[in-house]
Design a protein around this ligand. Sequence first.
Ligand SMILES: Nc1ncnc2c1ncn2[C@@H]1O[C@H](COP(=O)(O)OP(=O)(O)OP(=O)(O)O)[C@@H](O)[C@H]1O
Ligand SMILES: [Mg+2]
Length: 258
Amino acid sequence: MGDELVVQNLNKTFYVDGKPLSVLEGINLTVSDGEFVAIVGHSGCGKSTLLKIIAGLESPDADGVVTLHGREIAKPGPERGMIFQEHRLMPWLTLEKNITIGLDDKTRREKMELASEYLRLVKLEGFEKAYPAQLSGGMSQRAAIARALVTGPEMLLLDEPFGALDALTKIEMQKEIIKIREEKKTTMLMVTHDIEEAVFLADRIVVLSNRPGRVRDIVTIALSDKRNRGAADFAWYKKKVYDYFFEPEEDAGPEFAI
Ligand SMILES: Nc1ncnc2c1ncn2[C@@H]1O[C@H](COP(=O)(O)OP(=O)(O)OP(=O)(O)O)[C@@H](O)[C@H]1O
Ligand SMILES: [Mg+2]
């Protein structure tokens, strides 16, 4: 596997009323083709900002470099799909139109076919003509996933996509993400507050410090049975990541023996 995404010495400072606010500090991270990397950290530590920089929606401070397959990221591109904390569907457009809105080079027929294909992928077949207000929260998030996938991105950037869903719907959505990953081989970078979700889905978990967000640790998840939430090693990884949030930040991290 090659390094698809390389983040090197990334810093981000916002200016609020002329005063600098350091949000991300010295972030180094590589993500391989086809890998699933989760990012966890306290609210306000810069997780969404990091994803937006990778999406090309925000720029890093001058010294940092973010490249995708060797090319510097300067703006959004079809090879990177972004799913935001809220679904951001346009209420006045049908799902079919919401999903294909960015596909200017396609004919109407091609757009309809693509909309059907991707709505089927997220189990929303038959909802082509529905409006966002006619959907449940989980269905809206599934539609947002379809919209992000329709351009055929190499990489999906997911910003707490299931944060607002009930526990059972969330578990269903996690299983769907796994299926989509198997089918499309998409590289995934997901921000989540849910440590169990991170252990369930990710190959590696990046633990960020409080603002300014720095990488405290990157935990590689090597589970005997990835899908078994009841397994002892699953619980061990959950605790390992969970404990970072209750340890002083100066600490290099908790010590565990399996
Ligand atoms: N455009 C902006 N201008 C100024 N400050 C900003 C801007 N965007 C974000 N911030 C600040 O940067 C910090 C990090 O914000 P960010 O949205 O990245 O946090 P987060 O880790 O995603 O939090 P949450 O878990 O609550 O979503 C916050 O203090 C926020 O106020
Ligand atoms: Mg956020």
